[in-house]
Design a protein around this ligand. Structure first.
Ligand SMILES: Nc1ncnc2c1ncn2[C@@H]1O[C@H](COP(=O)(O)OP(=O)(O)OP(=O)(O)O)[C@@H](O)[C@H]1O
Ligand SMILES: [Mg+2]
Length: 378
């Protein structure tokens, strides 16, 4: 990507849009002027939401393409080259369940990333947000979302070079196209922010509720951190509950704490989202909960890899024998960690604790988890 790297090294915004790739898979450099016009000057009316890295706006290009523009918070100028390298890596990622790049724009102090607009927004908006009441996610769609997202993550872990660990698998990062096909978003850019990439092993980025214990405590990053987060996502899909819910009196409960007694007693029907009104396949529910239980095991080495997860979710014979986990590891965050969590703007009910906490020093995060019941540290 020689030509685009030289652009990023420049202090000026590239004026002439340049195309790369072919047909629908192509991405290009956008001018700031173009994105400004497409989003009506980044107007609040066009804002789709806000995340840890900046705001996302809906837009339409002059050739009619609907886009989502992520305007990153100001970045350190030293990060320019990393940005270019990252864009190059992401520009090569092609999978039906990954939201690839449509383009980017680099200005004096702006970084903007352009994606295709996903008309059904995020899984979060359907499970807990503005679309929750419409219940468009029937059981079959939920299963397709589970399998599709797993396939997208599998591609990141095993098929793309270099391999990519997402580190922020969660419902707001699973976007849904017009047919409710899931596209996992926001892989790759996490490590650009904050400045530099060299300290990521000592800092944690993620979303409370989805973080694997070893990552939260020691910043130990591996593919199995994504597997853990995916397990939480599976529980969320089946139960319709948030990863962390606020109980009356201010106490907070994780989804694993809630699910644990029901799973132990084999009360699978009681785990399912009541919004489905009993319309689900009970065997698939059991299978999915079992996969979730395997994914959220405290010890990372015991978790399945994403290939096994995909096979299990699809019900392939070969992996059936591994589904014997009828208990779930339940973790509880300590109060200190919960206090660090900030609600995100996706908390439509204004009553949840479900935010982003970026780049918290691991040293400040001693023992964020302990095992329920025996208080054993993990
Ligand atoms: N391509 C897109 N099409 C439609 N909506 C989008 C698109 N990209 C992002 N959004 C929505 O914009 C909102 C903000 O997204 P953003 O990725 O910035 O934050 P987030 O996912 O909540 O947190 P994080 O920064 O950890 O990814 C989310 O509700 C997301 O679903
Ligand atoms: Mg996101």
């Amino acid at each position: 990507m020689g030509s685009s790297c030289s652009c990023c090294g420049s202090e000026k915004v590239e004026e002439v849009p340049t195309s790369f790739g072919v047909a629908n898979n192509s991405w290009r450099i956008f001018t700031y002027k173009e994105l400004h016009a497409a989003t009506n000057g980044f107007s609040d009316d066009y804002k789709l939401g806000e995340g840890g890295f900046g705001s996302v706006y809906w837009g339409r290009t002059t050739d009619g393409l609907q886009i989502a523009v992520k305007k990153l918070k100001a970045m350190n100028s030293k990060a320019e080259m990393e940005f270019a390298v990252e864009v190059e890596v992401l520009g090569r990622v092609r999978h039906k369940n990954l939201l690839g790049l449509r383009g980017y724009c680099v200005g004096d102090d702006q970084r903007l990333i352009v994606y295709d607009y996903m008309p059904n927004l995020s899984l979060l908006s359907h499970l807990h947000g503005q679309f929750a009441i419409e219940v468009q996610l029937n059981w079959q769609r939920r299963m397709n979302i589970a399998i599709g997202s797993a396939e997208g993550i599998l591609y990141l872990h095993q098929e793309v070079t270099p391999h990519i660990i997402h580190r922020d698998i969660k419902a707001s990062n699973v976007l849904l196209d017009s047919d409710f096909v899931p596209l996992v978003a926001d892989f790759g850019f996490a490590k650009l922010i904050p400045e530099g990439v060299s300290h990521m092993t000592t800092r944690v980025k993620g979303t409370l509720g989805y973080l694997a214990p070893e990552y939260a405590m020691w910043g130990k990053v591996s593919e199995s951190c994504d597997v853990y987060s995916f397990g939480i996502l599976l529980l969320e899909l089946v139960t319709g509950r948030k990863p962390i819910e606020k109980l009356p009196g201010g106490l907070k409960r994780t989804i694993t704490e809630w699910a644990e007694p029901l799973i132990t007693k084999g009360r699978f029907r009681d785990l399912v989202d009541p919004k489905l009104r009993g319309n689900f396949d009970e065997n698939q529910v059991k299978q999915t909960i079992n996969v979730a239980a395997l994914c959220v095991q405290s010890e990372p080495e015991k978790r399945p890899n994403m290939k096994q997860v995909v096979n299990l979710l699809k019900g392939y014979e070969a992996d059936q024998g591994k589904v014997t986990k009828m208990r779930i590891d339940s973790v509880k965050y300590n109060e200190e960690l919960l206090a660090l969590d900030q609600p995100s703007d996706d908390d439509y009910d204004g009553n949840s604790s479900y935010g982003v906490f970026s780049a918290i020093d691991v040293q400040k995060m001693n023992d964020p988890y302990y095992k329920r019941g025996d208080n054993k540290k993990i």
